[in-house]
Design a protein around this ligand. Sequence first.
Ligand code: CA
Length: 281
Amino acid sequence: MTRLDARRLEAAGLTNVGMVRQSNQDAFGESGSPDGSARVFVVADGMGGHAGGETASRLAVEAVEEVFASAKGSLDVRLRAAVDAANARVYETQLQDARLAGMGTTGVALGFGSEGAWVANVGDSRAYRLRGGLLEQLTQDHSVVAEMQRRGYITAEEAHVHPRRNEVLRSLGTEPGVDVDVTPVEVMPEDLFLLCSDGLCGVVEDGEIAGLLARQPIEDAAAALVEAANRHGGPDNVTVQVVRIPAHALVAEVQERSSAAWWLAAVALLGLLAAWLLVGS
Ligand code: CA
């Protein structure tokens, strides 16, 4: 058995307005429990006009950071509480301010703790894992084109250029409640995780993402991914968070168990010795 020490994770995040847009409506952040044993990384892609989009993604990231840090319970429970809080905060804010009416945001959050990792998502921002050169998408997009693709109406290539490619079917903050996908994620040494907005994954092909994500150090990987999106025209805001699992972040529990077993054996021996002395006297 191994235990993940989240304090040892390496992370690098970056956001960029892109080559076309006037404002950046993406946001990202990270936080953790006070002792650092549980950490969360989050990316949000706001929508609903200039002010609304920026506000929605920022509020969602802040809510995830705050609630994950203070929530109790297992990793998945904390993650779900954090994303539910993000939904509530964005929704309540737009009820109070007519200028923000109609705003919403995607949200993808990756949580790490001693028991491993979980991912939560709403919308079409994504989480990926790169392992042994293979890039695997960990989240399912809640978007019109992803649904059409799942039903076999269009191919992945067609989805990339489809006129409705920006329409999401679920978002944070547009309804009082939201259905959040919360999924366990297996973690191995040297895994690389990527959270990104569609300004990256809707623009740069998976093969190119995989190559750039493998760059070391991870700050270079994050910069190279943003640069690639802009090189491909940068039609949208682009945000990436890269998390690396160094080998020493996975700690073998066998050692601790065996040292506990030694203690138990020592106590038992002492007990036997005491009993023998008592019987003998
Ligand atoms: Ca976007």
